[in-house]
Design a protein around this ligand. Structure first.
Ligand code: FE2
Length: 375
């Protein structure tokens, strides 16, 4: 048996309408509420905000949030005693770091990387409105610096105190967002299960359950957006996948996806969806036994066709699922052309913290070839 460590996620509060009870768990005093304009416009936060007696709203979080946005949230939160992050991955990431910086006053530039944030943040509740990034479950936050470079702060101090899974908040998600964010969660589960570093039996269990739930409910949530059972299972799946990759980190798909977000503003889930099948193909030689295990779990009918067949069936299953959701399949559909391949490959190499987790090496030439295959 290999030695390993594992950390469970935040305290979970789940169920239809669960977000409305948030005011009862937070400490008395002013709360910084971090969200974005879409959430505000849809009125998703109205019931929660009404229940909070003393709240400062910061709703200027953009997709791929910048350092400037983070620092504006920190300034808005001066004097606050708790923080809520409410929305997709972007508001939740800003909320995590804001809760830390408001409490500690530390310099952001001393915190990039793993385990550098050692102080104590304000009490923090995260409420995902997509299913999803799993950000509510992880001690990782990603901020865009200097216009295009994604940097992360990772460590126990970033972990939320409460995660609220309220499927009522995801009922109005458009199909494209349901699909792309669901595929992001699927990639978290797959990459955690095959991570070259820190893979462990606990993460495996969470990843397998997440993948099973996504395989059974993603299309149902796309086709029947008001199906609260499917929405609830997708939220749970995204959360479980988040716990899995918080302990067994994501790898090559994310490393190649990030430059698409940074340079072409492709939403995070979609950028993962675009690269998934190509990176899985690249990893096949190294990850075949694990892909075969997942393939046999998702489709017991492939039980007797051998490891190679099971692994191939797994990749085909994912490709079919992605196609059926209707997400774009090619980089050309999001504005990427042959002239961008060198830039993307060079940028992917900067994601060293992710590339080291991939089941096999990805060189710059490999990355270029994979982007070319996805064009
Ligand atoms: Fe992701």
């Amino acid at each position: 048996m290999q030695a390993y460590e594992f950390r469970y996620g935040p305290k979970l509060i789940a169920g239809p309408g669960a977000a409305r009870g948030l005011a009862e768990v937070l400490p008395p005093g002013r709360c910084l509420f971090v969200t974005d304009e879409t959430v505000r416009a849809l009125g998703l936060a109205d019931a929660v905000l009404e229940a909070l007696p003393d709240v400062v709203i910061f709703d200027a979080v953009e997709q791929d949030p910048s350092r400037e946005t983070l620092m504006a949230a920190v300034a808005a939160g001066e004097g606050c005693v708790s923080v809520i992050g409410f929305g997709g991955g972007s508001p939740m990431d800003v909320a995590k770091l804001a809760a830390y910086l408001i409490a500690t006053g530390e310099d952001l530039d001393t915190l990039w990387g793993v385990g550098k944030a050692l102080g104590k943040k304000l009490p923090l509740a995260l409420v995902p409105t997509t299913a999803g990034t799993g950000s509510e479950a992880t001690p990782v936050t990603v901020i865009t610096v200097g216009g295009s470079e994604k940097r992360g702060v990772s460590g126990a101090a970033m972990l939320a105190d409460w995660a609220v899974l309220d499927p009522e908040l995801t009922l109005s998600l458009p199909r494209a967002v349901t699909a792309a964010t669901g595929i992001d969660a699927m990639v978290h589960a797959i990459e955690a299960y095959t991570s070259a570093r820190l893979k462990n039996p606990m993460s495996d269990m969470f990843a397998r359950k997440a993948l099973r739930l996504i395989s059974d409910n993603l299309l149902r949530a796309c086709d029947h957006p008001g199906d609260i059972e499917a929405r609830g299972r997708m939220l749970l799946a995204a959360h479980l996948a988040g716990i899995a990759f918080a302990n067994a980190p994501v790898a090559g798909v994310h490393a190649l996806a990030y430059p698409l977000g940074g340079h072409f503003h492709v939403p995070h889930g979609l950028s993962n969806a675009l690269m998934l099948i190509h990176v899985l193909g690249h990893n096949m030689e190294a990850a075949r036994p694990l892909y075969a295990e997942l393939g046999a779990m998702l489709d017991p009918s492939v039980k007797d066709i051998g490891q190679q067949g099971q692994a191939q069936a797994f990749v085909q299953h994912l490709a079919r699922l992605a196609r059926a959701t209707g997400v774009p399949q090619r980089l050309a559909e999001v504005g990427v052309g042959p002239e961008h391949l060198d830039l993307l490959a060079a940028e992917a190499m900067k994601q060293e913290r992710l590339l080291i987790n991939n089941p096999c090496p990805i060189s710059q030439a490999d990355a270029r070839r994979l982007y070319e295959a996805a064009l």
